[in-house]
Design a protein around this ligand. Sequence first.
Ligand code: UTP
Length: 410
Amino acid sequence: MTNYEEAYEKLKQFGQLHVLNYYEQLTADQQEELLAQVMATDFSMLSFASKEGEQAAQRGKIEPLAAMELDEIARRREEFTRIGLDAIRAGKVGAVLLAGGMGTRLGSDDPKGMYDIGLTRPVYIFERIIRNTLDVVEQSGAWIPFFIMTSDKNHEATTTFFQEHDFFGYREEYVFFFRQEMAPASDYDGKVYMEEKGKISTSPNGNGGWFVSMEKSGVGDKMRRLGVEWLNVFAVDNVLQRIADPCFVGAVIAENRASGSKVVRKAAPDEKVGVMCLEDGRPSIVEYYELTEELMEARDKKGQPAYQFGAILNYLFRVRDLEEIVNNSLPLHVVEKKIPHLDENGVLIRPEAPNGYKYEQLVLDMIHELESCLPYEVVREKEFAPIKNRTGIDSVESARKLLAGNGVVL
Ligand code: UTP
């Protein structure tokens, strides 16, 4: 069979023959690239192209998972910090910045980390993240291996930006980039969009594949050679978060858990943040819309709401446990997004409103694969300033206020 026939058969099987609509108009090289892309693409996920597809996923038995709260952390701060700093100094702690996302809500074409949130001087999101990490480098006197996940869409821009800014004072030899995998993007009927006449529209496959991508890229081997045993994984957009926080690291080690998750007390019962729980006896995160009235009203031993600690996407994972679950498949999330694509006349459209689905795996689902997790409470105003939008909730504006409240001059 020729490459063409093989690709044709595959597309036919998945109902995606429109991918070849412009085939005759392509150069020989473009034709070859398109056929290679078809062969490399996993179209099976497109059968989940509906919101129901995702929500049908059955939840197990939900029970409370106690968080380590601020008062206990304050009491044991010295002990935890000592344990955490020892681990950092021994080179056992690495940081993983998840920066493969598209940041569509922020509406900039550049990687989100390149966004300048300064008022009187340039202050880039990446710069804040590095500055926060340097605080611990200075405190511990040790460089923390710093891994950055990018995607095909933003890799060049991200690496060039770091180079142009001398890694914002971080030591280059401790910075390791790796790329995440891509997934096709489709319309509401599960038909893939085309981003060029010879290219299926793809987008990063969510932040859940970070460890698999790290391993595939070979960066995982480097990480092991450095002796890293714990990885602190975090989102690019929380400009206040503490990274490789010695007290958090020490608490998870002292409690002998496979993972830890920084959490904040929910501001309101309907705040859109997933809360920590046990699901069928394993740690898990349940979304706010999945909380039944009964769960909302449940109380813990102290008489406070039993499901009120929201995860802020700052996790600590024990590497040996990740290695055991690396082949487990995570649930697929079908997310409505704006997807640029060619219309039937071959003209590129940049939609103003969501027009289809992207298919993602999420890091929060990794928590459920692991034996244990320590939810670790932090003070929202000190450690949680996510930038998702330009204005309003979780925005550049709200983050600026929070940074100012913490003495950061912008
Ligand atoms: P978000 O869920 O906020 O997604 O990512 P996003 O793509 O950045 O932004 P929107 O939804 O398009 O506006 C949370 C974190 O996960 C990373 C992001 O870079 C961010 O740090 N992420 C997300 C990835 O690394 N890869 C992905 O495929 C998706």
